[in-house]
Design a protein around this ligand. Structure first.
Ligand SMILES: [Zn+2]
Length: 295
């Protein structure tokens, strides 16, 4: 008798366990369903990271193959790469031309950020590189206010126009205004959205149809992984202008590319699907499509 009762109890437990397994399976299907069926919720929403540098001190520590692996492991669809010197960009592009969008940086070594626009040798360097290779843009360069009036910067703007390249400018609003005053047809990718306030970014985007803005090294648009109301309004009013970027300005920052992509996927999932995809990759890809180096 005892044995039979135990057996029944045991069978009951098995049945309960089986039911629980079914419930868990059902729950799993319900929970995973939106992930499988919505590109937005997919674990690996593709991202174009538009602010990667692979400068000489980075490639000394992180060989090109390893760097490409890190970009792939971050789930990037593309990466805009510029480097001091440009050789870093070319090395990565040679290994993964479908992944790396080369952007021509006017710096030959680290430390030329504030002097480059006074060095006419920069122009010869850019001309030579543009003759030898294909790029989508010139930058990221640093230029503030009157820097744009120097002969070197004026020639950079002219070269960008000739080769149909965008300008990746780490600049204040004044410098961006001067670029557009020099060439109203210029296309400017505003690095870090100028580190400007929401109101100022809005003002600049309203004034210039050819101004795009990267969100590199900024996080205030998504405190606690939720998009703030004022940034949400800005993204909704300018759905075609924003793009994410990590900014690997030091070698150590390379280890942040993947966590940054994951964080970006997190706050993007807060946005309507179309808008999230625009910011994640579509805006960057349309900027590249409208760029070419050969005149
Ligand atoms: Zn940068």
């Amino acid at each position: 008798m005892m044995g039979r009762r135990l057996l029944l109890r045991y069978q009951g437990k098995i049945e309960v366990a089986t039911d629980m397994t079914r419930i868990f399976r059902g729950l799993a299907v319900l929970l995973l369903w939106p992930l499988v069926n919505s590109p937005l919720g997919a674990r690996e929403m593709e991202i174009v990271d538009v602010h990667i540098h692979y400068s000489h001190d980075a490639w000394e520590r992180l060989p090109p193959k390893q760097a490409i692996t890190m970009l792939r492991e971050a789930g990037l669809r593309k990466a805009f790469v510029s480097s001091s010197s440009d050789d870093g960009t070319l090395m990565l592009h040679a290994l993964a031309p479908e992944l790396v969008v080369p952007v021509l940086r006017p710096y030959r070594r680290r430390g030329e950020i504030s002097t480059w626009m006074h060095d006419p040798g920069v122009i010869d360097f850019l001309r030579q590189r543009l003759a030898d290779n294909e790029y989508a843009g010139i930058g990221e360069f640093h230029a503030f206010g009157e820097d744009v009036e120097t002969a070197v910067m004026q020639e950079v703007i002219r070269l960008a126009r000739e080769h149909k390249l965008f300008l990746h400018a780490h600049s204040d609003s004044d410098a961006v205004e001067r670029i557009f005053a020099t060439d109203p047809q210029a296309r400017v990718l505003w690095a870090h959205s100028g580190f400007a306030s929401v109101a100022e970014v809005r003002r600049m985007l309203s004034r210039h149809d050819n101004l795009w803005a990267d969100l590199a090294f900024r996080s205030e648009h998504a405190p606690g992984n939720r998009v703030s109301p004022e940034w949400l309004a800005l993204f909704e009013d300018f759905p075609d202008r924003f793009m994410p970027g990590t900014d690997t300005y030091t070698p150590e920052r390379w280890y942040y590319v993947r966590p940054h992509a994951e964080w970006t996927r997190g706050w993007l999932s807060d946005l309507p699907r179309e808008l999230a995809q625009n910011i994640a990759w579509r805006n960057a890809e349309s900027l590249v499509r409208s760029s070419r180096t050969r005149p």
